[in-house]
Each structure stands twice: as C-alpha cells, then as structure tokens.
Design a protein around this ligand. Sequence first.
Ligand SMILES: CC(C)(COP(=O)(O)OP(=O)(O)OC[C@H]1O[C@@H](n2cnc3c(N)ncnc32)[C@H](O)[C@@H]1OP(=O)(O)O)[C@@H](O)C(=O)NCCC(=O)NCCS
Length: 277
Amino acid sequence: MAASIADADSLLGDAPWARADGWRAGGSSLVAKVRDELAGIVVTATNAIHPTRDLVFMFVPDKFRRQGVGTALVNAVKTRRGVPLSVKAHPGTVAHSFYKSLGAVRYQLCPPERIDASHAEVRLWASENRGEAVCAGDRFTLPQLTEAWTDMYAVVHATWSPTARRQTLLAEFGPMIKEELDQSRSVFVLRDNRITAACFVFGTDQDPEVEAICESLDPTSASARQDVAACMAEVLTDAGSNPVMFDGHITDPHFYPTLQDIPVLTGRPLELLEIPA
Ligand SMILES: CC(C)(COP(=O)(O)OP(=O)(O)OC[C@H]1O[C@@H](n2cnc3c(N)ncnc32)[C@H](O)[C@@H]1OP(=O)(O)O)[C@@H](O)C(=O)NCCC(=O)NCCS
C-alpha cells in the first residue's frame, strides 16, 4: 500500500531515505504491513541524469526477512512505474543476492580502485607518469568546471547509460560542482587552451580518502592516455599518505587501462545492476 507520512517517519532510523508516496513527481513509496505492523518499505525516484531507469531503495525489518516481503514490494513498485530499476551492490552481499533473485542483470562493473598513494611502487609509477601540461582546478570558474565535468560524464557514459539533455545535466551538476568539488586538488591537462583530460577530486582534505574521478574529454586524441595518466599521477602525488579512491568503470576508455598499470590496487568490485521492468 502507499506509504503515509507517518509510515515514512517511523522508518527513518533504519531507512533515512524513507518518504511518503508521491514525495516527488514520479516518486513512489510503498509499504507492507503485517497485522498493522510495518514489514517493509520500497522507495523509487526518477533519475534526472539517467532517465531510462528509476533509482530504488528498500528495507525490510529483521523479523520480516526471508518471507518474500522485499520481493513483493519491488514487484509492486515495478508494476506501478513500468521502467527498469537501477541498483548497486558488491557481489557476495545480501543486497546482491536479493537483486539477483529479482532477475537483476549487471550492466556495468566498477573495478577495485583503491590505491595506497604512499606505497613505494605507486610513488614510482606516479613520478614516471607526471606531465608538464597539468594544472590545478582553481584557475577555472565554476561554470567552466561544470562544463568540463559534463563533457567528461558524457564520454564515460555514452556507450552504456543514456544521459539526459546537456542543459539538464548542466543544471543538475552545477550545484554539485559548487558544493562538493575541491577545486585546488582537482587537476586538468590543458592543450591549446582546452581541457583535454581531468581528474575531479571531491570532498575536503580532512576526508580519510581522496575521492577522484578521471578521464579524457577527448578520448580519440593521440595524447589521451598519457594525459589521463598524468592527471592520476598528480592526484596520487598530492595525496601523500592518504589512500586515493578512484571511481570509474571497466568501460572507461583511458581511465580503466591506466588504472590497470598502477601497482597494488585494492577494494571490492561494485556491480551496477538493472532489475528489468
Ligand atoms: C535486502 C532485503 C530488502 C531483502 O528483503 P526480504 O524481504 O528478506 O527478501 P525476500 O524474502 O523477498 O528474498 C528474496 C530472495 O532474495 C535472496 N535473499 C534475501 N535475503 C538473503 C540473505 N540474507 N542471504 C542470501 N540471500 C538472500 C534470496 O534468494 C531470497 O529468496 P529465498 O528466501 O527464497 O532464498 C532485506 O534483507 C533488507 O532490508 N536488508 C537490509 C537493507 C538492504 O540491504 N537494502 C538493500 C539496499 S537499499
């Protein structure tokens, strides 16, 4: 049944994303009840950036698990929306088993991509791959950085996850770049006054890990691989003793092959899964 405001509020402790049904246009929220007790919630959200799949979150309290409640909730919300749902999970986790039981199919893989920047072999790799054309992000304006991020985002997702129109992406990404990007730790390669590759660093220098996303903005250019390596090398060098958590995909044209060159990768693979409509 549709989740009320009271239903959603009572689940916020376990499911901070819980909302009442209709919480936003296209946003569904359903709950299951067993003898008036809340036995689970599923919430979906339209995805402004990747409009072909809705996002979905679900929670079933311990005492109601393994009784088909989660499955019933996801099936009910799928019937209502009629679009595929996208989720992320590490293989081997309960969430992954649950999604697979719903017929979820992997459409992308994020490889292990955590790097100990203080490791001697990593430092050697970084010193060998730094480049002269690299500059820090604080020389650009926020609109320039939003444009560059949008260009890179389009390159990375072009083959496997349709994106919204460019104007929509710019409007969605602008506030994120303003609030979350660390301009001075982000690095860029400039050629002929154009950004050809970038490594965007998010968060602050107080965070335990450096969060970085890197790719060429011009992937067919002859220098693309070298430029991406130079950006990654610069971020690894700046990181000092902090680990760097890159965030990319196995289809990224230059980031992924370059990542494979770096010694000592750790972390767990993460699958992006589609639960069919
Ligand atoms: C994941 C979750 C929603 C599953 O809800 P549920 O009502 O227990 O799921 P179902 O009973 O419909 O399970 C369907 C199938 O999923 C798989 N599954 C569910 N829980 C599992 C577990 N603990 N271990 C292995 N497989 C599991 C099984 O294949 C199961 O079928 P089976 O019971 O016939 O073997 C629930 O465990 C939960 O809320 N977990 C914490 C929050 C979470 O991880 N949410 C997902 C990310 S938003």
